[in-house]
Ligand binder design. Structure first.
Ligand SMILES: NC(=O)c1ccc[n+]([C@@H]2O[C@H](COP(=O)([O-])OP(=O)(O)OC[C@H]3O[C@@H](n4cnc5c(N)ncnc54)[C@H](O)[C@@H]3O)[C@@H](O)[C@H]2O)c1
Length: 264
């Protein structure tokens, strides 16, 4: 039996993870804007810290945190307003960092093994989400943040990033619940719902995430079609190096030499 905290636990992937954990006998505390044990807006660091204090109070120790709270916006990149961009960055990027600050430090101070599982996307690894540039950027940020965090945390705290493609959830409705700091609620087109309904079932994604966590994976991928985009991303990077900076033995400015702990 594990002690588990799930953010975004009232819907979609977070709800499916919470249900799967309960089914296998874990003690689970859900966090969400409402509809979960703890009410909390993850884009507010004081609320996240209060939720972490309450969760640890209830559970004693935390073995697994699955941070699935997140939002999306859609529309052409240059049509996005400052409120649109802040909404997706505050929740998806800053919210991820606040959850890590409040939970991973406590997990590091525990003696047993634990895991912080963050939710990126196939958009973290090279699939461009047309008409959702800020969302795509937010998911790159989650992966970049996690890749550093996992090297800074002690070995007994695992970091895992879920990178799914389309999942059948209510993510398309996120904007209906935008708070006053982000310009208030927005109407969303229901055709986005019809598209999302064709995604992978959330319980299948939850199962794959929990299997990946148990196997000690850093990346958990679920949708095979994303592989071609990831390969294309790395081909572009390799081509750029071949043409523009081919000297593999030139380490004069290498961070790994200048700052030894960062060596890969
Ligand atoms: N559905 C997909 O196709 C898909 C694909 C890749 C990644 N993701 C990611 O999965 C995660 C979960 O999304 P989902 O698809 O289950 O969507 P969802 O809308 O069904 O669930 C998200 C949950 O997060 C909660 N939430 C939103 N903002 C919050 C805030 N500020 N504070 C606390 N809770 C908040 C919502 O209330 C909701 O219960 C998100 O990070 C999303 O970007 C989803």
């Amino acid at each position: 039996m594990s002690n588990v905290v799930v953010t975004g636990a009232a819907s979609g992937i977070g709800l499916a993870v919470a249900e799967a954990c309960i089914a296998r006998g874990d003690r689970v505390i859900g966090i969400d804007l409402d509809g979960a044990e703890l009410r909390c807006d993850v884009s507010d660091p004081a609320q996240v810290e209060a939720a972490a204090v309450a969760a640890v109070d209830m559970l004693g120790t935390v073995d697994l945190v699955v941070h699935a709270a997140g939002v999306s916006i859609s529309g052409r990149a240059l049509k996005a307003t400052a409120d649109d961009v802040r909404f997706v960055i505050d929740v998806n990027v800053l919210g991820t960092m606040y959850v890590a600050h409040s939970f991973a430090g406590r997990m590091a101070a525990q003696s047993g093994e634990s895991c912080l599982a963050l939710v990126g996307s196939e958009h973290s690894i090279g699939v461009p989400h047309l008409f959702s540039a800020a969302y795509t950027a937010s998911k790159h940020a989650v992966l970049g943040y996690a890749d550093v965090l996992r090297r800074e945390l002690p070995e007994h705290v695992q970091v895992t990033v879920l990178c799914p493609g389309l999942v059948a959830t209510d993510l398309w409705r996120s904007q209906e619940r935008r708070g006053p700091l982000h310009g208030g609620p927005r109407e969303v087109a229901s055709d986005a719902g019809a598209l999302m309904a064709q995604g992978m079932p959330a319980d299948e994604v939850a199962e794959r995430l929990l299997a990946g966590v148990a196997a000690g994976e850093f990346l958990v991928v679920t949708h095979g079609h994303a592989r071609a985009f990831a390969d294309e991303r790395y081909r572009l990077i390799a081509d750029a190096f071949d043409r523009q900076a081919p000297a593999v033995d030139d380490d004069r400015y290498a961070l790994g030499r200048l700052v030894p702990p960062l060596a890969p």
